[in-house]
Design a protein around this ligand. Structure first.
Ligand SMILES: Cc1cc2nc3c(=O)[nH]c(=O)nc-3n(C[C@H](O)[C@H](O)[C@H](O)COP(=O)(O)OP(=O)(O)OC[C@H]3O[C@@H](n4cnc5c(N)ncnc54)[C@H](O)[C@@H]3O)c2cc1C
Ligand code: SF4
Length: 584
């Protein structure tokens, strides 16, 4: 009788798009035999923080973590959602939690144009190959445009119209984006706002309430986050074991005796060492491991395994190369003439094409998207008015004082109260700063020439900003045009862009562990028989944003999901279906 402990069939590290898809598909193939490790916690309905105090703690930072983070977060023990890192020339934002980036993403599911796959992608992997997998992921994530508002005026989103008018003015096309938001199970007949239904995978969701809070977690579970579809089925139907609050720290190959052996190539499985954040160190063994810790998490873990622990010495020297921020650039146009009302509706509703889809210009290809932010933030913005626009404030005060003077005169003359309190509030609040301001979200084809390395055991990023300036300048031009169009005086590129800081911010970190035809070109295999397998190892895979060999210009989740479905099919041999294997 063998004393070797029984191996699990698979361990998946991370529960974002790549991890959720891998976990669900592998658990469908090997029921009960898949373990998922996620460092963040679960967010049931209404669990996302909202008060200022709770939001202040909604960041990720662990003791001993030396990564450069915002000062108030550094060296604290915080297990919230926002994992922010400050690298030279680039700040990054990712999410920790069961569901990964889907918990805070802006829901857009957008396929990039074919030309993207000509940018350092391996020969056999292109739009045509990935097309069926885009289709499956889109169907599971129920991506669709916002419903029209002909029969329900509450569905009208003012900023969608404003951005469309701007696109027309610029002779560009604005299209409604497919967004992964729940408007009910029937695509044609949306469920009334705020009504709950069980989705087709068994999870309870609420028909979107248009609250504009998608980027801080949807408290009504109206976003189609992956914990409500892929992960829900993985756990409840295919019986995957889910361990949240668990940080994977090291992966080591096993030999035929089931012992850790750094000379082994993975043919006998792996041991994954992890730390349960409440209960301490532990490990689990499996025949295969899928690393889906997101671009930053995956690069960091694999770099440590290769260069610090020495447990995966065969990983390609290309690890960490071809990082891309997907050309992200956010800016604001404040206090325009027409209303924009950015506190209403799902975060993104449309995209305007700037040479990404039509008249493709690889140096200056980007899209412009509208954005909403939570209404509670608009009170904060209103409080900032004295510093943002003191003249506007003076004008408002003059208006209010004039009205008060008038009222006092009427009271003295007529001796009666004229409902001034209501009028006072009206004068103070109407057309607040946010109501006439727009958030411009741009993303495009940067050069993908960043390099991730380890410095003192922590992830570091070299971002060659200069090579990407033609793209950023084109984006800045579009912002200035928008300012002119809405007759605003204030165009504010992201706060970190002012000289001498000049830092980019990305929420779309990609690359570093890229798919390629050989270990000289990349880290994981694009060969159709070894999809996503790390060169030099058997049974060690990567499936997340880190495998994308270039910027995609469009929001990347569609491509991350399609590639992850393609990799999972390679591992399991099962053709994916949007029923997630629920039908017998
Ligand atoms: C505010 C915001 C808005 C966005 N909007 C959009 C959008 O509209 N459309 C779009 O396409 N993209 C959007 N994105 C980007 C999108 O969220 C990411 O591209 C996507 O989530 C990446 O998927 P992934 O599978 O690579 O990794 P992630 O979703 O980042 O998942 C990685 C997971 O691994 C976990 N993890 C990391 N390290 C470890 C470890 N050592 N052990 C255990 N677990 C670990 C993390 O906690 C995380 O849950 C947005 C991102 C942000 C921040
Ligand atoms: S607008 Fe509000 S209810 Fe709708 S998906 Fe976003 S956060 Fe959820």
């Amino acid at each position: 009788m063998s004393l070797k402990p029984k191996l699990l069939e698979a361990i998946v590290i991370g529960s974002g798009f790549g991890g959720a898809i891998s976990c669900c598909r592998l658990a469908q193939r090997w029921k009960d035999q898949v373990l998922l490790l996620e460092r963040g916690k679960r967010y049931p309905m209404s669990a996302f923080p909202r008060t200022p105090h709770d939001m202040a703690a909604n960041f990720w930072s662990l003791p001993g973590d030396q990564a450069k983070r915002p000062k108030h977060v550094q060296a604290k023990t915080l297990r919230g959602m926002f994992d922010i890192r400050n690298f030279a020339r680039m700040d990054t934002v990712v999410c920790a939690g069961f569901g990964g980036g889907s918990l805070i993403y802006a829901n857009v599911f957008l396929e990039p144009p074919e030309q993207v796959f000509e940018r350092s992608w391996p020969k056999g992997l292109n739009k045509t190959v990935l097309q069926p997998y885009y289709g499956i992921a889109k169907s599971v994530l129920c991506a669709r445009p916002i419903p029209d508002w002909d029969s329900e005026p509450r569905r009208r989103i003012v900023r969608t119209e404003l951005f469309k008018q701007f696109a027309q003015n610029q002779k560009r096309s604005s299209s409604l984006a497919d967004i992964c938001v729940f408007f009910g199970n029937d695509f044609q007949q949306p469920t009334p706002i705020g009504i709950q239904e069980i989705n087709r995978y068994g999870a309870t969701q609420t028909s979107c309430t248009y609250c504009g809070e998608c980027d801080v977690g949807c408290n009504t579970h109206s976003k189609n986050t992956v914990d409500l579809n892929y992960l829900f089925v993985a756990e409840h139907v295919h019986r995957a074991q889910i361990r949240t609050d668990c940080v994977a720290e090291k992966i080591a190959p096993l030999n035929e005796l089931g012992e850790v052996d750094i000379a082994a190539d993975g043919a006998f499985g792996y041991r994954v060492y992890y730390r349960h954040l409440d209960h301490g160190l532990s490990h689990a063994d499996a025949r295969r491991v899928v690393v889906s810790a997101g671009t930053l998490g995956t690069n960091e873990l694999l770099l440590r395994c290769r260069d610090e622990h020495g447990t995966l010495p065969r990983i390609s020297q290309r690890l960490g190369q071809r990082f891309s921020g997907n050309g992200d650039f956010v800016s604001w146009v404040m206090e325009g003439k027409p209303p924009s009302d950015p506190n209403y509706g799902p975060v993104i509703t449309q995209y305007t094409d700037y040479n990404l889809f039509k008249n493709h210009d690889p140096e200056r290809a980007f899209i412009l998207e509208d954005a909403s932010y939570p209404a509670f933030a608009s009170w904060f913005v209103e409080g900032l008015q004295p510093s943002l626009n003191p003249i506007g404030l003076v004008k408002k005060m003059v208006r209010i004082l004039g009205m008060l003077g008038n009222d006092i005169w009427q009271n003295l003359a007529g001796g009666k109260w004229t409902g001034s309190v209501g009028t006072l509030f009206y004068q103070m609040l109407k057309g607040d700063v946010s109501y006439r301001s727009s958030v411009l979200l741009c993303m495009g084809l940067d050069q993908g020439d960043g390099v991730l390395t380890l410095r003192d055991g922590n992830l570091d990023l070299h971002w060659p900003q200069k090579t990407n300036m033609p793209l950023y300048n084109a984006i800045l031009d579009a912002g200035r045009q928008f300012k002119r169009f809405v007759q605003s005086h204030f165009f504010i590129p992201m706060p970190t862009w002012f000289w001498p800081i000049r830092n980019n911010i990305t929420v779309h970190s990609l690359g570093g562990c890229i798919l390629a035809d050989s270990p000289e070109q990349g880290v994981v295999s694009a060969d159709k028989h070894n999809r996503g397998q790390v060169f030099g190892y058997k049974g060690l895979y990567v499936a997340d944003g880190s495998v994308l060999p270039s910027a995609v210009g469009a929001n990347p989740v569609a491509t991350i999901s399609a590639v992850s479905e393609w990799i999972a099919e390679g591992i399991t041999g099962i053709q994916p279906h949007d029923d997630l294997g629920m039908s017998p």
